[in-house]
Design a protein around this ligand. Structure first.
Ligand code: FCB
Length: 453
């Protein structure tokens, strides 16, 4: 049967992971402690007391994992670098063994014809720097640039696609505001400067990467949901505006030279998160943050519906569909593919990035292997297929979407949920570290081969 949905010729198909979620080896070969090591070792923070101490043991099994990627036909692999593996205390002394690990990984990916996409910061900051104050402090952005310089000099000859940050909103709001992520601080007065320094470090890092990695493409990855009000009431509309403002526009607007959105600044003032106004913003910062980039990475998973009548006043997920696995993944996040077409169009037509990547998209389903070792994860395949159709629609509408990375290559440590959520297209048996490609991975392989389905 001929393919009905065909993607543009150069479209890149990949998979994504993050250092803390897969590597393990948290204290091996000179690696320093990260904020996530500290957080997960603190009782009560992570479901079931899970930690990333071993995770997928990828630090040891990386060669096999590259072999697996090759077998699946992946064209690109997005992974992150553990900052404290490179600089154990965050700056100063370099841990050469850490650099070598990533350097060999890159070589082996290139040998397998897989394009590496490197994320510099996917949340595991050096604990030593957190002890000096972490992201709420300006020095943290300076330290990030030192780290960027070291690693982009080491890999820049071979890595040509760089992502400075993954979802800075999650680090700032969940890590410093709400405290359910590392470093577990709970003060929005800290979260606001943290967000600013994350953005500032992005802006400072862009020219450093360009200098060390000729002809590289550089971007940032932001999380985005399809935000809708539950009704047309003023209260619901306003809640949806705030939800989108705090989680997306607060980050996208500065990156695209628009400064911080004033309506959201007002919201933060009402939350008493800006007692001294924006005093952490220095002259020239906004220009730095708006450094031209080559692409934006978007992580899209679901739709968020705002209902102001909910008493805790948080954006509430509304349940308009049957609560079956077809519509609800196990997070539980709604399977809402139309939102992917929506966010792609909205970001492209509002911000005009040169190109876009979906740097994460995927679903948590716990379907286990059967006796033969097959994993019939039909709901994940359904999720992927419907999202691919949604991407294709956006491309046809003129959105320059250049590639897609499924989250995730492997089942892994899902932050505060520990190992209870499985997003992989490959099942990981955490006792034996055996990997079992799920049916979704086998289907994905065919899609990649045909560049469509
Ligand atoms: C994103 C994270 C990623 C993973 C997915 C499920 O917010 O970037 O590490 O946990 O959610």
């Amino acid at each position: 049967m001929a393919s009905k949905i065909v993607f543009p010729k150069e479209f890149l198909w990949g998979a994504a992971t993050a250092s803390y979620q897969i590597e393990g080896a948290w204290n091996k070969h000179g690696k320093g402690e990260s904020t996530w090591d500290r957080f997960s070792h603190t009782p009560g923070k992570i479901m079931n007391g899970d930690t990333g101490d071993i995770a997928d043991d990828h630090y040891r099994l990386w060669k096999k994992d590259v072999g697996l990627m090759k077998k699946l036909g992946l064209q690109a692999y997005r992974f992150s670098i553990s900052w404290p593996r490179i600089l154990p205390t965050g700056r100063g002394k370099v841990n050469q063994r850490g650099v070598d690990f990533y350097s060999k990984l890159v070589d082996s990916l290139l040998e397998a014809n897989i394009t590496p996409f490197v994320t510099l910061f996917h949340w595991d900051a050096p604990q030593a720097l957190e002890e000096e104050g972490g992201w709420p402090m300006r020095f943290m952005a300076e330290a990030f640039v030192e780290y960027t310089d070291v690693i982009s000099r080491a890999l820049g000859d071979r890595v040509k696609n760089w992502i400075t940050h993954n979802e800075p909103a999650v680090v700032a709001w969940l890590g410093y505001g709400i405290g359910v992520h590392a470093p577990g601080r709970t003060d929005f007065k800290l979260a606001l400067p943290a967000a600013h320094h994350l953005l500032l470090s992005h802006g400072w890092a862009v020219p450093v990467i360009r200098r060390n990695s000729p002809n590289a493409e550089v971007g940032i990855t932001l999380n985005i949901g399809w935000k809708v009000p539950a009704s047309n009431s003023v209260a619901d509309l306003d809640l949806a505006r705030r939800d989108d403002g705090q989680w997306f526009r607060w980050f996208a607007d500065p990156v695209y030279g628009r400064g911080y959105p004033s309506d959201v600044t007002e919201d933060f003032k009402k939350m008493d998160a800006l007692p001294n106004g924006m005093d952490f913003v220095r002259e020239g910062d906004m220009k730095t943050i708006a450094a031209p980039t080559d692409f934006i990475g978007l992580n899209y998973y679901s739709r968020n519906i705002s209902r102001a009548s909910e008493k805790d006043n948080d954006p509430q997920i509304f349940f308009p569909q049957p609560q079956t696995p077809e519509y609800w993944t196990e997070m539980p996040w709604e399977n809402y593919p139309d939102g992917l077409t929506g966010v792609l169009g909205r970001v492209y037509f509002n911000y005009n990035p040169l190109k876009l990547y979906i740097t994460e998209n995927g679903a948590s389903y716990s379907t286990p292997p059967d006796e033969k070792g097959n994993v019939p994860d039909v709901h994940r395949t359904n999720y992927l297929r419907t999202h691919f159709v949604a991407m294709h629609r956006a491309i046809q509408a003129g959105v320059p979407l250049a590639g897609y990375f499924v989250w995730s290559l492997l089942d892994n440590f899902e932050w505060s949920f520990g190992y209870s959520q499985r997003f992989g297209i490959v099942w990981v048996d955490y006792k034996t570290q055996k990997r079992y490609p799920k049916d979704s991975a086998k289907w994905y392989r065919k899609v990649i081969k045909k560049n469509g389905f």
